[in-house]
Design a protein around this ligand. Structure first.
Ligand SMILES: C[S@@+](CC[C@H](N)C(=O)[O-])C[C@H]1O[C@@H](n2cnc3c(N)ncnc32)[C@H](O)[C@@H]1O
Length: 170
């Protein structure tokens, strides 16, 4: 786990810097949770689809307010929820009182150092697009190393698409 900036040189990407909505702000976190209507029961559908069980180790990057991480933890799996926002982690932690199989770690795709048993699942929802494309490739390499052979990477992210031919000027 690390809380250090990932900006090593002036060209490296500092993933701890907030982009867009400031998720370091506890008020924004509350607003996000209300607006998105995050729902642990609904996240159970993805947990079931992935086939997560009590024997598994699951890393989630960008858990936000924690609905998926909590649904995964309800199976008995060991869940590690990794987010760059301490306010998000605090919010998730407040919903996990009494649970011993879920850890909330301050870190990110580019900085979290996984120790112990390789993960069966790495999951991320609507967080991967925060990385510029080059750094997505670095993150994928890091995720690959965290996963055990045959493990699953599940990623939902925003992406835009367009036909380059429609780009008449730049
Ligand atoms: C739009 S929210 C999505 C939260 C949750 N996954 C959901 O589906 O509701 C994006 C989350 O990703 C986190 N995040 C942004 N960049 C990150 C990074 N490099 N590594 C880990 N988490 C990151 C943000 O702090 C925020 O909690």
């Amino acid at each position: 786990m690390t809380t250090a900036s990932t900006q090593k040189w002036n060209w490296t990407f500092d993933e701890f810097k907030q982009i867009g909505v400031d998720f370091a702000d506890p008020e924004q976190v509350k607003t996000y949770d209300a607006r998105q209507q995050t729902n642990i029961a609904r996240e159970k559908q993805l947990v079931d689809r992935l086939g997560i069980t009590a024997d598994d180790t699951v890393i989630e990057f960008g858990p936000g307010t924690g609905a998926f991480a909590l649904a995964a933890a309800a199976t008995g799996a060991h869940v590690i929820a990794v987010d760059i926002s301490k306010a998000m982690l605090d919010y998730g932690r407040s919903k996990a009182v009494g649970l011993t199989n879920i850890e909330f770690v301050h870190g990110g795709f580019l900085s979290y150092k996984h120790e112990g048993q390789p993960a069966n699942f790495v999951v991320t929802k609507f967080a991967f697009h925060h990385l510029p494309d080059f750094w997505k490739a670095i993150a994928l390499q890091r995720i690959n190393k965290m996963l055990q052979k045959g493990g699953t990477f599940s990623c939902a992210m925003w992406c835009s698409h367009f036909l380059p031919i429609k780009l008449t000027s730049i």
